[in-house]
Design a protein around this ligand. Structure first.
Ligand code: SF4
Length: 475
C-alpha cells in the first residue's frame, strides 16, 4: 500500500515519518522496522492491509466479535499504517451501513511505548518466587506476579523495561513482546526458578517437560469434588497441594458423608479442618511442591485411632502423582498395589483436568496522542468509549477496556490475524486498534469528517481478506 506522506531526499532516498525514528530509506530497501520500504521512490507499507470477512463462506465457525458487525467486511488496522505524529487523521476512516445505521470505523496502527503482556501459564509447578525477574538472553524483561487458580502469572514488558533500562534491555524486551504477541515461542528463564518455553495457545514447556494438564482444583477443592468417589474404597485420602493440602477424613466433605477419623497427622499449618498450608516448599514435584516422597509430610499416626491394615491414598491435584499405602503392625505406611476401583477415582481426577495452555494477553494504553487521529478533541473519544458509544477492537478482536482513566485495553493475541503486531526501534510495539461508532456520534465528538470515505471506495486488490477469529468470546 502506497503512503502519501513522506519526504524525498537525495539519491532516491525517502524519509519515512511513520514513527519517531524517521528513517532515510534507500531505493529498494526497507526501514529499520521492516514495515515500510522505498519502492521506486514511493513509501509503501510492506504488509497488506487486512480486512476481515465472514468465515462461514469457507465453512468455518465464527464467534461474533462485535455486536454491531453485520458479517460483511470489517476494516482492521492491521497493515493500515500509523497516525504518527498524530496531528493528522487516522490512515482509514471508513463509513458503512450496519443494520441500516450509518457507522464509521477509524483504524490506525498504534505505536505503544506503554505496553506489555500478561501471561498465564497453566501449571501447578513452581516457576519462581513472586517478584522474581523473568529474563530473555540474560536481560530482564518482566517478573513473576501473583499465582492464580491452577496457573502461574507473569507480567512482561511495560515502559520501564522498554525505555528505563539499558539499550539492550529495551531491544530484547521489545523483540520478546513482539514474538509472543505474534504467537511465536519464546524461552523465558526465571531467577531462582524454572526455564519456560511460552507460546500463546500452546502447552507450556517447563524445564524441558511439556505440561499436559492444569490441576483440577486446590487440594481442598479436590476433596470436595471427589469425596463420594472414595467412600468404601479407602480409609483416608490426602490430596497434596503446594497451597492447600486436603485431608479427606478431617475435611467437612468427608465428615458429612461419614468418613471416620484415621489418626493421620499432617506436618504443616492447619488452616481449617482438613485444610493445610505450607506442607512443603514449592517445587516441580507432587502438587507443585518440592516433594518426591509424599510420606515426608506425614507425622506418626495416632496409635489411639489408627489400626494396622488401614489404607491411605495420596494423590496430587492433577492425579499425575499418586500412591496407595497400607499401615503395617507398627502403623507405618507401606506402599502397596492400588486397587482397581481406587485407580478409577484417580483417573477421574485426571479426566477433569483441563489441557494446560499458555495464554498471552497484550495490554496497552491508547489514551495518548493517537486519539488525535480520531478526533480533534481527544477527551471526547475517551468519554465516548466510557459511555459505550464507541467500540474498541484490536485487529478485529474484542478487547477489555480497563475502568478508570485512559484507554488501557487488553486483548487475547490468539484472536488476531497472523503477524498483526509489529515494532519500531524506539523501541515500542505497533498494534492495530479500531474505533467503531455511529457516524452522527463521530461528528459530535469532533471527528475528522472530511477524511471519512465509504468502504466501497477501498481498493480491495491492495488488501488481504482474512477470516474473522475462529475462537473467542463474544462481547
Ligand atoms: S522505523 Fe519503520 S515506521 Fe519508523 S521511521 Fe523507520 S521505516 Fe518508518
Amino acid at each position: 500500500m502506497v503512503i502519501d506522506d513522506f519526504e524525498a531526499g537525495p539519491d532516491g532516498k525517502i524519509r519515512c515519518n511513520a514513527c519517531p525514528v524517521l528513517c532515510w530509506i534507500r531505493p529498494g530497501l526497507a526501514g529499520a522496522c521492516d514495515r515500510y520500504a522505498n519502492q521506486d521512490g514511493k513509501l509503501v507499507r510492506v504488509d497488506p492491509h487486512v480486512l476481515l470477512e465472514r468465515a462461514t463462506a469457507a465453512g468455518e465457525n465464527i464467534v461474533p466479535f462485535s455486536r454491531e458487525w453485520d458479517g460483511n467486511l470489517f476494516v482492521t488496522a492491521v497493515g493500515a499504517g500509523t497516525t504518527y505524529p498524530d496531528y493528522k487523521p487516522a490512515p482509514f476512516i471508513v463509513s458503512s451501513q450496519i443494520e441500516g445505521v450509518d457507522t464509521v470505523t477509524v483504524v490506525t496502527e498504534g505505536i505503544f511505548s506503554y505496553c506489555g503482556l500478561k501471561v498465564k501459564i497453566d501449571t501447578d509447578r513452581h516457576l519462581g518466587p513472586e517478584q522474581a525477574i523473568v529474563r530473555v538472553e540474560g536481560e530482564a524483561i518482566g517478573h513473576v506476579t501473583t499465582g492464580e487458580y491452577g496457573s502461574q502469572m507473569l507480567s512482561l514488558g511495560g515502559v520501564h523495561h522498554l525505555t528505563g533500562g539499558s539499550k539492550k534491555e529495551g531491544r530484547v524486551t521489545c523483540d520478546a513482546l513482539l514474538a509472543l504477541s505474534n504467537r511465536k515461542a519464546v524461552e523465558l528463564t526465571i531467577d531462582g526458578g524454572a526455564t519456560v518455553l511460552v507460546e500463546a495457545g500452546r502447552p507450556p514447556v517447563i524445564d524441558g517437560v511439556v505440561e499436559e494438564r492444569m490441576r483440577v482444583g486446590c487440594g481442598s477443592a479436590t476433596i470436595g469434588m471427589f469425596a463420594k468417589q472414595w467412600f468404601g474404597k479407602v480409609d483416608d485420602v490426602v490430596v497434596v497441594d503446594d497451597h492447600i493440602t486436603g485431608v479427606w477424613s478431617e475435611h467437612q466433605a468427608g465428615k458429612l458423608i461419614g468418613v471416620k477419623p484415621t489418626g493421620l497427622r499432617i506436618r504443616g499449618r492447619r488452616s481449617t479442618p482438613g485444610r493445610y498450608f505450607k506442607v512443603a516448599e514449592p517445587g516441580t514435584g507432587w502438587g507443585g511442591t518440592n516433594l518426591t516422597d509424599p510420606l515426608a509430610i506425614l507425622d506418626a499416626f495416632d496409635p489411639k485411632v489408627a489400626r494396622p491394615g488401614q489404607t491411605l491414598l495420596m494423590v496430587s491435584t492433577t492425579g499425575e502423582h499418586r500412591a496407595f499405602f497400607r499401615l503395617d503392625e507398627a502403623l507405618r505406611p507401606r506402599e502397596d498395589q492400588m486397587p482397581d476401583d481406587l485407580a478409577g477415582s484417580v483417573a477421574l481426577i485426571r479426566e477433569n483436568c483441563e489441557p494446560a495452555l499458555s495464554t498471552v494477553l497484550f495490554m496497552a494504553g491508547a489514551g495518548g496522542s493517537l486519539r488525535a487521529g480520531v478526533t480533534e478533541n481527544p477527551i471526547r473519544l475517551t468519554r465516548s468509549i466510557r459511555e459505550a458509544l464507541t467500540l474498541v477492537t484490536c485487529g478485529g478482536a474484542p478487547v477489555y477496556v480497563w475502568p478508570g482513566g485512559g484507554i488501557t485495553f487488553m486483548v487475547d493475541v490468539t484472536l488476531l490475524p497472523d503477524n498483526a503486531f509489529g515494532m519500531v526501534p524506539t523501541p515500542a510495539l505497533v498494534a492495530p486498534i479500531e474505533f467503531t461508532l455511529r457516524l452522527d456520534d463521530y461528528a459530535a465528538l469532533g471527528g475528522h469528517m472530511d477524511a471519512v470515505r465509504p468502504v466501497a471506495s477501498l481498493d480491495l486488490a491492495q488488501r488481504r481478506l482474512a477470516p474473522t477469529p475462529r475462537t473467542g468470546r463474544p462481547r
